[in-house]
Design a protein around this ligand. Sequence first.
Ligand code: CO
Length: 219
Amino acid sequence: MARARSNTVTSLLDQCFEENRKWARNAVAKDPQFFKRLEALQAPDLLWIGCSDSRLPPNEIIGRKSGELFVHRNVANVVEHTDVNCLSVLQYAIDVLKVKHVIVCGHYGCGGVRAAMSPQPLGLIDNWLRHIRDVHLWNREELGAITDLDERANRLAELNVEAQVANVCHTTIVQDAWSRGQKLTVHGWIYSLSDGLLRDLGTVVESSEQIPSEYRLFY
Ligand code: CO
């Protein structure tokens, strides 16, 4: 039996459908072939791996239209080598869509990173955030020297991006692509909620030679 929804919820969801109809009408008004073209083909050159945070909609931030950006998002943009969800996105993007760049984008003021610095238990998500606690541990000296907690969290967010870029590169998917000569570059970026600007962390990996021998596979 359907449960009655409050008026507030009904109007919020109705508004979503109303906005959707408006968006679809405008898209066709501007370009009558818009949906026909997208229905037939998506050809993104970029895969974005970012945080689920509602304040950073990837397409808007970098001005990519529908069909131009393949996206995977999770809490604190973690790439974990047994996460079938993330690996499936990566594999489809690289093997089938043939994206040329994978971007791991973190952000300053990340709640997930901040939670990974706190002893306060939050439930299941603590197991996910453990990956960021590892990054914290590997960099404890540098991070421990930063007294301001916000600054420390922001630096950890940067180090987390670098660690996740490495995780992308260590996957069989990326190493396999490089071994067959496919052009693919992995980048680490960070977004600032305070000014809306992206910064390139300068982490750029484009070949197996940049991977530590412990992770390297020879095909
Ligand atoms: Co975040």
